[in-house]
Design a protein around this ligand. Structure first.
Ligand code: NAD
Ligand code: UDX
Length: 441
């Protein structure tokens, strides 16, 4: 089996390395010269646990290669996966498909023999059929099928998610599949080893597969916004959101996962995919009002964090020192896309706070995106020095290990604002600090 992977970002690099680990020959095509240069020199341009070793061993074994020559990668491939970005289009939140369409045109020129062109990027319904039309216009002689195979991996846990997924969704042209089983056979072969891990391979129509990705992400985002609103209510009513989430989660129809309250969801997927699904529904003269509301609830949540910090600092952060732990949208990644830290730190800076910040892996990525005056610290403990407030924005394990008495020694009798509920309230208070967390007393 040979495949080409167009795009060597989070999804393309992880998927490519994992397919290679399962014995498939993978040629990753990456057009960003810095990323390609790094990959060719054995450097991994993103932080993802375990990815460096996986890439190194498969490169050495000759199953994983990197280049910018799409024709070279596509020639002789059984399947070509498109894993380029689909960021929100400026203005209306719809997915920007320029990279996908450009990739389709490049692939079309390079096709030789029967090939399945697979959309792995998250794309609006109709995109895979549009890719087919682009290829037919460019190369009327090409022998190919298109498929939609959305990716469900999470950053920080990407290799485990890819290798042992709950399910793999594969959308095919069902009409054609009745008489021509080649596309299904190729994709069953590519996913052969992964299906042996117990994952369900679910074959659907193309439109259903494309929509399933947006529906899944939006449902998870909705769960988070729901629990965030429940946390607010718990604070008002003296209830515990953690016990509430446990109580709800024990019902298997609900499930405990994605019921952790926090500063609002971020990342490269939930914010853009909820917006895109809202647009898809509007364009189809339908509506996803729950998803539209989820977007609004999350935006308000992120925007409200700086005010919460100011209220806990006596009404204003002007001249106060605020220590911030964690800059990324979740632990175990250096991805800063749509991180809650972005609006929080900008608002704190505008309000005159002195900001000290620490992140275990993302400080270099974060620096150009954050206010100029932020003081970057060497470790979590030193960040607390002279702080009026210490704010936990991301639940990295190393923050859980902080000793409250050591924090108290460095801070100015201030307040710990734990937006991920990682500390034991009693332990922080015993150390002489005030404590604020999400949805608990
Ligand atoms: P990314 O921006 O990290 O990577 C995309 C890469 O594609 C970039 O390195 C870019 O230089 C390269 N590229 C663009 N056009 C190219 C071309 N014509 N030829 C070769 N390379 C090209 O994006 P990502 O986070 O990997 O996301 C990719 C897609 O997967 C998006 O649609 C996203 O919604 C979806 N997705 C992302 C995640 C995630 O956790 N990041 C998870 C599931 C799905
Ligand atoms: C998400 C989807 O989980 C994944 O299936 C899809 O392929 C890509 O988008 P990712 O964005 O990498 O993955 O991380 P995820 O673990 O889903 O977290 C997203 C955001 O939600 C983070 O900001 C996280 O802190 C937040 N979150 C998650 C919560 O606030 N509470 C939770 O209970 C879970």
């Amino acid at each position: 089996m040979r495949i080409a992977m167009i795009g060597g970002g989070y999804v393309g690099l992880v998927s490519g390395a994992c397919f290679a680990e399962f014995g498939v020959h993978v040629a990753i095509v990456e057009t960003n010269p810095q990323r390609l240069h790094a990959l060719r020199n054995g450097e991994i341009p993103i932080y993802e646990p375990g990815l460096d070793a996986l890439v190194a061993s498969n490169t050495q074994a000759g199953r994983l290669t990197f280049g910018d020559d799409i024709a070279h990668a596509v020639t002789g491939a059984d399947a070509v996966f498109i894993a380029v970005g689909t960021p929100p289009r400026n203005g209306d939140g719809a997915a920007d498909l320029q990279y996908v369409h450009a990739a389709a045109r490049q692939i079309a020129h390079a096709l030789t023999g029967y090939t399945v062109v697979v959309t792995k990027s998250t794309v609006p319904v109709g995109t895979s059929r549009r890719i087919a039309a682009i290829i037919r216009e460019t190369r009327p002689d090409a022998d190919f099928d298109v498929a939609s195979n959305p990716e469900f991996l999470r950053e920080g846990n990407a290799i485990g998610d890819f290798m042992r997924p709950d399910r793999v969704i594969i959308g095919l042209d069902q009409e054609k599949t009745r008489t021509d089983g080649r596309a299904e056979a190729v994709l069953r072969n590519v996913y052969n080893k992964i299906s042996h891990t117990g994952a369900t391979l679910l074959f659907t129509g193309i439109e259903t597969a494309e929509l399933t990705k947006y529906a899944s992400n939006s449902f998870l985002a909705m769960k988070i916004s729901f629990i965030n609103e429940m946390a607010d209510l718990c604070e008002k009513l003296g209830a515990s959101v953690e016990d509430l989430a446990d109580g709800m989660g024990l019902d298997r129809r609900i499930g405990r996962e994605f019921l952790n309250p926090g500063p609002g969801y971020g990342g490269s997927c939930f914010p853009k995919d909820t917006l895109a699904l809202s647009r898809i529904a509007q364009e189809a003269q339908s509506a996803c009002r729950l998803v539209e509301t989820t977007v609004l609830v999350n935006e308000a949540r992120k925007a409200g964090i700086a005010g919460r910090i100011a209220a806990l600092c006596g009404g204003s952060v002007s001249g106060k020192t605020i220590a911030v732990l964690g800059l990324t949208f979740k632990p175990e990644t250096d991805d800063m896309r749509e991180s809650p830290s972005l609006p929080v730190l900008h608002r704190l800076a505008e309000a005159g706070a002195v900001i000290r910040a620490y992140d275990p892996v993302a400080m270099n990525v974060a620096r150009p995106l954050l206010p100029a005056g932020v003081i970057y610290c060497e470790d979590a403990l030193s960040t607390a020095k002279n702080a009026d407030a210490l704010v936990v924005l991301t639940e990295w394990d190393e923050f859980r290990a902080l000793v409250p008495a050591e924090l108290a020694q460095r801070m100015k009798n201030g307040v710990v604002i734990d937006l991920r509920n990682i500390f034991d309230p009693a332990a922080i208070r015993t150390a002489g600090l005030r404590y604020d967390s999400v949805g608990r007393l």
